[in-house]
Design a protein around this ligand. Structure first.
Ligand code: ADE
Ligand code: ZN
Length: 336
């Protein structure tokens, strides 16, 4: 089963580029940019990853990204993730980034997005991994700030496939960004937003995403199982759910394997993702393997989870079908 998962052609739809910053690269960039890290070694840095909920994770995540300063730094970050993803047989990825976490430190928007874009282009040409970019708004910041960043993105809109919403959910409902999302939609962008597990008012937040904003996907969204109306809407509108088992174990102490099985039983388009793999110490294969171990998912169920990611990817139907055909071929040749 492990080899079946590892060699399977896969897609990843929920990965924060800043969350792929490995400790070794942090040290390399800190030295290059003349910054002091308060740790002696990469191992000591990892040992200080003591998060147990969303806010405690986020404070470590934002402190970590201070080493990202130049276009080359963003290039390296993105290239390293895409190379790692390719080594895990990920053939297609949609990448989140958090521009406000960089502009607020004095790093230009253009530097961030250009570095990322060049690495995507080179990884496509040299490694054969296709990727698209999703710009996230930090929900604890104002709707005005989100709108300003959307306007900054206008000259680069062809670098983006969609926009998202992440960071601290408490008292920051999706509806706060209704006008920003409407504008993004007008710009031709797809929409997704985090509804992290067990957050305050999570059912209200999920309903806002669907009914008030008309989201295309929801990141996490696990609590939707508590409301039959939400289950039906997510299924009928074919809203993809990007669930991240190992991340969930850090923030809510559960891999959510029971919930993932229930989503499959409800025919919801649930997908498996890594979220912040450098921090949670698990990339996509490790997420799938741990999940399968705990939930005893069959090859067929794993294939459905992986296939769902291609079905809800922001690609044309022809592109989706191309990847789904590759997956079927793989299963025919390697399934039992
Ligand atoms: N930003 C990066 N990772 C995140 C997560 N798991 N939840 C919310 N915002 C995030
Ligand atoms: Zn996330």
């Amino acid at each position: 089963m492990q080899a079946f998962i590892e060699n399977m052609p896969k897609a990843e739809l929920h990965v924060h580029l800043e969350g792929t910053l490995e400790p070794e690269l942090s040290f390399e960039l800190a030295q290059k940019n003349n910054l002091n890290l308060p740790y002696k070694t990469p191992e000591a840095l990892v040992a200080a990853y003591n998060f147990h909920d969303l806010p405690s994770f986020l404070s470590i995540y934002y402190a970590g990204m201070n080493v990202l300063c130049t276009e080359q730094d963003f290039y390296q970050l993105t290239w390293n993730y895409l190379a790692k993803a390719r080594s895990q047989q990920i053939v297609y990825a949609e990448l989140f980034f958090d521009p406000q976490a960089h502009t607020s430190r004095g790093v230009d928007f253009a530097i961030v997005i250009t570095g990322i874009h060049k690495a995507q282009r080179d990884a496509q040409n040299k490694l054969g991994i296709e990727s698209q970019l999703i710009m996230c708004f930090l929900r604890e910041m104002s709707a005005d700030s989100a709108m300003e960043h959307l306007l900054m993105a206008e000259p680069f809109v062809h670098y983006l496939v969609g926009v998202g919403l992440d960071s601290d959910e408490k008292n920051n409902p999706p509806i706060k960004f209704k006008a920003v999302f409407a504008k993004a939609r007008d710009m031709g962008l797809k929409l997704t937003m985090h509804c992290d597990v067990n957050q305050q008012n999570t059912l209200l937040h999920i309903a806002q995403c669907i009914d008030d904003i008309g989201t295309d996907r929801i990141d996490h969204g696990v609590n939707s199982l508590q409301d039959p109306v939400l289950i039906a809407k997510i299924r009928d509108k074919k809203i993809g759910l990007t669930v991240c088992p190992v991340s969930n174990r850090f923030v809510v102490q559960s891999l959510t394997s029971n919930e993932i099985r229930q989503m499959l039983e409800h025919d919801m388009l649930v997908t498996i993702n890594s979220d912040d793999p450098a921090y949670f110490r698990a990339y996509l294969n490790e997420n799938l393997i741990e999940l399968q171990n705990e939930g005893k998912f069959t090859e067929q169920e794993i294939t459905t989870l992986v296939g769902n990611a291609f079905k809800v990817a922001w690609l044309t139907e022809e592109q989706q079908q191309h990847y789904l055909n590759g997956l079927s071929q793989y299963v025919q040749n390697h399934g039992h």
